[in-house]
Design a binder for this molecule. Structure first.
Ligand code: IMP
Ligand code: MG
Length: 481
């Protein structure tokens, strides 16, 4: 539809209306799904693989805001790209997750104001009223720590979302600061990653070393730390950040055990048997071996308790096409097995960029378990990830969560800045003396002395990063030099 307008040189006048039309189609699709209407919506006729929309999406507003900044409709030779549409959808989703505040007069364009000027910043009062700062009379008063006006649970993919593929979260103070601010403002944050090292805490801690170190330096309180989770192996190994900024395995069974208390979810780990798990892994392993030989790939097969991977040999690469081929072969075989009398447990076959895996479980289950464990509904959950093609592992999260599709940690950083700014939280990175730290002066911990020095120990970060450089991220083993 946008293409027609572009060719006719009519985007300037019809672009926004086209996005309004998309909104109408989405609303119709949502209504029909909610009513369990058996008819196929117009949107589904156009896009048969369309998923569920968990919130309304203000696409027209998002387009207007984006266009105001990037002037897409002024272009004469280059039409709106896939990436730009992805950005507009992401923006609409972030806007939708913010609850309307009665009496709000702020214009959405403000979120794209150039770098924050104290007197042009959107301020939120304790009463929750939000207004445009209109000059010297309005000071940049940040909201006190508490419940943020936005998503209540944000789940993050790891590789390529929080850190580059195969790397770790070492020193990224801006992103670390935004995650810190989310935790401080009442948001539950969870890394939901395919990387599975069973309950070997140190291996996950190595990969998140810079982030955990930042939390320590900022003196995140125990209650705030407790809002940080990590789900390893998609939905297999659950950790919570505890005392001493260490990840701690969450109890699995018995009263309040996460597996026991979420076993009412049909697909959750409490309902899998070891026999079924091994049936899936045996098929995945034989398929990976067959493909490795047939396509003459320079890789090795890694089998773990809950996954099978095809990983490149050290210093070698496996072509993307071959990884996709293996993923699609896996889908085909596992689906066929489940259509027959297969185990019917959830799995995820995906291309991780340099490797391909079949995991038992997937991010749909991971996000759903967290929602149930924390009592947070779908409409207030956001999953941020980079793998939303049908050969990716974030794709599964779409069913149970609002989603934002990013392509790099830089884009994740930008999205978090947007969420925080829309909620009125100051996002200025603190200096070494702890000034401008984005929390109110009523912060009780400044008095209690619990807050620690702002000086970042780069030596420690470097030491941990070096360990990760010598860690095989596929297996979690340390590589002997
Ligand atoms: P994610 O993007 O955070 O979900 O992480 C995906 C990456 O984790 C994969 O591409 C692998 O490199 C790595 N990984 C390590 N262990 C596993 C595993 O057991 N299953 C799947 N991926 C794994
Ligand atoms: Mg990823």
């Amino acid at each position: 539809m946008l293409q027609h307008s572009f060719v006719l040189d009519a985007l300037e006048t019809t672009g926004a209306d086209t996005f309004s039309h998309f909104e109408i189609l989405i609303n119709e699709h949502r209504r029909m799904s909610e009513q369990n209407n058996q008819q196929v919506s117009r949107l589904q006729q156009l896009v048969p693989t369309i998923g569920m929309f968990h919130t309304h999406l203000p696409l027209r507003r998002a387009f207007e805001v984006y266009n105001e900044k990037h002037k897409l409709t002024k272009r004469q030779h280059i039409q709106i790209s896939f990436n730009e549409i992805r950005h507009i959808l992401n923006l609409a989703q972030i806007m939708a997750l913010r609850k309307n505040v009665p009496g709000e007069r702020r214009h959405p364009l403000d979120i794209f104001a150039p770098e924050l000027e104290p007197n042009s910043f959107v301020s939120c009062r304790k009463s929750d009223d939000v207004e445009i700062a209109d000059g010297d009379s309005t000071v940049d008063k940040d909201i006190p720590p508490g419940q943020l006006n936005g998503p209540r649970l944000i789940t993050f993919d790891g590789d390529q979302t929080l850190y580059a593929d195969g790397a770790n979260f070492d020193s990224n103070p801006r992103l670390a600061n935004y995650l810190y601010l989310l935790l401080r403002h009442g948001v539950s944050v969870a890394v939901v990653t395919a990387a599975g090292y069973e309950y070997n805490v140190e291996k996950y801690e190595y990969r998140l070393s810079g982030l955990l170190h930042f939390f320590r330096q900022r003196g995140l309180s125990n209650a705030e730390c407790a809002r940080f989770y990590l789900f390893g192996g998609e939905c297999n190994y659950l950790f919570q950040l505890g005392h001493g900024y260490r990840l701690q395995p969450v109890k699995e069974y018995g009263p309040s055990g996460w597996i026991t208390s979420t076993s009412f979810i049909k697909e959750s780990p409490g309902n899998w048997s070891e026999a079924h798990i091994n049936t899936v892994l045996d098929l995945a392993e034989s398929n990976a071996n067959e493909t490795l030989t047939e396509l003459n790939l320079r890789g090795r097969i890694v089998r773990k308790r809950r996954s099978v991977g095809l990983c490149p040999n050290p210093g070698q690469e496996i072509p993307r096409e071959s990884l996709d081929e293996l993923v699609l072969r896996s889908h085909e075989k596992l689906n066929r097995m489940n259509e027959g009398n297969g185990p019917g447990i959830p799995y995820c076959a995906f291309n991780g960029g340099t490797d391909a895996w079949v995991d038992v479980g997937n991010k749909r289950v991971g996000v759903q378990v967290l929602q149930s464990y924390l009592g947070i509904p779908v409409q207030e959950t956001l999953h941020i990830g980079d793998q939303f093609l049908n050969t990716g592992n974030d794709y599964a999260a779409r069913d149970v969560s609002c989603c934002v599709w990013i392509i790099s940690p830089q884009e994740t950083t930008y999205i978090l800045k947007l969420i925080l700014r829309l909620a009125g939280v100051s996002v200025i990175l603190p200096d070494e003396n702890g000034k401008n730290d984005g929390v109110s002066s009523s912060d009780d911990r400044s008095d209690s002395g619990e807050r620690q020095s702002m000086k970042i120990d780069f030596g420690e970060i470097q030491r941990r990063s070096q360990v990760v450089q010598h860690m095989d991220v596929y297996t979690g083993d340390l590589i002997q030099k």
